[in-house]
Design a protein around this ligand. Structure first.
Ligand code: IMP
Ligand code: MG
Length: 180
């Protein structure tokens, strides 16, 4: 995409180390539990794939796709589900897997919705968390790294559907047309 510049934020090694840490905590907390990972499509697919291979507890997997409406990079807070989970989570321990939390609307919506299915618990793991941007009360239970207000891409995370393939995470800035 033109008019933008990508700056490295997290290398492959740094991402792997964040995920190793998350997997350690989750494996400890969910020993002897019936864990269901609910991955929010599309952004979290890479995190799910890497995280689940590091877990030392059995886990089932399901997917949701959520649409949030708003203009540009700002969400309106209105979230809709466009693809629901397909396995029953009643009585099970659900862990929502999200790439990045910003305003909090998306995960807040999904947490409340999953709670209607009477799971034993619903917690949240996010690779990145822009805590300062929160518009609703939402605390992730496992966070890879808190970041400032940057727009990031790579490792599953997109900008207009591009850059998901990048193995590293970058932040995006507008290209500065330099004079002289
Ligand atoms: P929310 O504002 O917490 O509801 O986040 C909405 C969605 O915006 C998240 O699921 C992310 O997929 C996406 N998002 C938030 N921050 C970024 C970013 O920096 N780059 C790309 N997508 C983002
Ligand atoms: Mg997302």
């Amino acid at each position: 995409m033109e008019g933008y510049r990508l700056h490295l934020l997290l290398s492959r090694e740094q991402i792997a180390s964040l995920i190793e840490n998350l997997a350690d905590q989750i494996s400890r907390d969910y020993a002897e539990r019936e864990l269901v990972l609910v991955c929010i499509l599309k952004g979290a697919f890479m995190l799910l794939a890497d995280l689940i291979r590091q877990l030392r507890v059995p886990a089932q997997v399901d997917f949701v796709r959520l649409a949030s409406y708003g203009s540009g990079t700002k969400t309106s807070g209105r979230v809709e589900i466009t693809k629901d989970i397909e396995i029953s989570v009643e009585g099970k321990d659900v862990l929502i897997v999200e790439d990045i939390i910003d305003s909090g609307h998306t995960v807040r919506f999904l947490k409340d919705r999953l709670a209607l299915s009477k799971p034993r618990s619903v917690k949240v793991v996010a690779l990145l968390d822009k805590k300062a941007r929160r518009e609703v009360s939402l605390e992730a239970d496992y966070v890879g790294k808190e970041i400032e207000n940057l727009f990031v891409v790579g490792y599953g995370i997109d900008f207009n559907e591009s850059y998901r393939n990048l193995p590293e995470i970058y932040y995006v800035t507008p290209e500065n047309p330099k004079k002289d």
